[in-house]
Write a new protein. Structure first.
Length: 309
């Protein structure tokens, strides 16, 4: 079975945690404990978020004024290497020595005409009070928006158009390797007027990119691991219901927040519709049970009746 698992940001850094290397490694170690047994029985591709990490790098760059700040595409590449290294090491500590792991620096093309460039929505970096966020916006030229009860920087998040490293990822899987790829949604690139590839100042949604990657490598299942155990209707109210199983069309009947569950649901719907295979949204620790339909939310075109709990 070929599985793509998209790790949410909580798998690397829990909300409110200090952005230390030790904290991130500890969280990766927890993720590896769930993913290592899965990798022994299946072809596995791991993708991951990088919002806090790329935001921290951007702050560090801004603090060093001797040179111009590095652009977001370069920072995404840096976080991809760092996080991939941690995942490789922690997975390797749990797997046989001869089980190969490889992190692929993944470039992704976006459309310069994408409407997202006119309306930044992707949260990156740490959280701030409203006053501090607006002060940063004035000083650094950021766009900031409210994220729950705090505020964060937002940047454009265009849709992925093409993943350039699909062929080497396929080759590595065929050779039995665990692959870490498309970290942070991939390194955003576009073609200029002369046909040259260049980086872009944006961040691609990692769930949408992961869904595209899962489709292109013909995965049998797509898993979005997040910090909630299921997708909920009327989340946060006395009437909330967990969705256990639904078709992509049935999920269209509900609205999910664009800044949190919305992209996860949309990416799962896209995979299920395009492939006819199941997509799962669940807590990290529940992945094995969710793949059996026992936990989490399964979005499957073959579902006839919506099942809630």
């Amino acid at each position: 079975m070929r599985i793509v698992v998209a790790l949410g940001g909580n798998a690397l850094l829990r909300r409110g945690q200090a952005m230390t290397a030790d904290n991130q490694r500890g969280n990766v170690r927890i993720a590896a404990a769930t993913l290592a047994p899965l990798a022994m029985e299946n072809d596995l591709v791991i993708t991951h978020g990088n919002g806090p990490q790329v935001g921290l790098l951007a702050l560090q760059e801004a603090a060093y004024t001797a040179v111009d700040e590095y652009p977001l595409d370069v920072l995404v590449g840096e976080t991809m290497g760092m996080i991939g290294y941690m995942i490789e090491q922690e997975m390797g500590n749990l797997l046989p020595f001869d089980k190969p792991l490889a992190t692929v620096l993944t470039m992704v093309e976006v459309d310069p005409k994408d409407a997202a460039f006119a309306d930044p929505t992707k949260f990156i970096g740490p959280v701030y009070t409203e006053a501090d966020a607006k002060a940063n916006a004035t000083e650094k030229g950021w766009v900031v928006k409210q994220d729950g009860d705090m505020w964060r920087r937002v940047v454009p998040s265009p849709a992925p158009k093409r993943i350039f490293q699909v062929r080497p990822i396929r080759w590595l899987l065929d050779k039995g390797s665990i692959v870490i790829a498309a970290g942070g949604g991939g390194i955003p690139t576009m073609y200029d007027s002369e046909g040259n590839l260049e980086g872009v100042e944006c961040v691609i949604d990692k769930d949408h990119c992961s869904s595209m990657l899962a489709r292109e490598i013909e995965a049998d299942a797509f898993v979005v691991a997040t910090d909630t155990d299921s997708v909920y209707i009327d989340w946060g109210t006395l009437d909330q219901l967990a969705i256990r199983r639904a078709s992509p069309d049935q999920m269209d009947n509900y609205d999910f927040p664009a800044g949190s569950m919305g992209p996860k649901v949309k990416s799962a719907q896209d995979f299920a519709r395009a492939t006819g295979k199941p997509a799962v949204i669940c807590a990290l620790a529940d992945i094995p049970d969710a793949l059996r339909g026992e936990k989490g939310t399964t979005i499957d075109p073959d579902t006839v009746d919506l099942i809630t709990l």
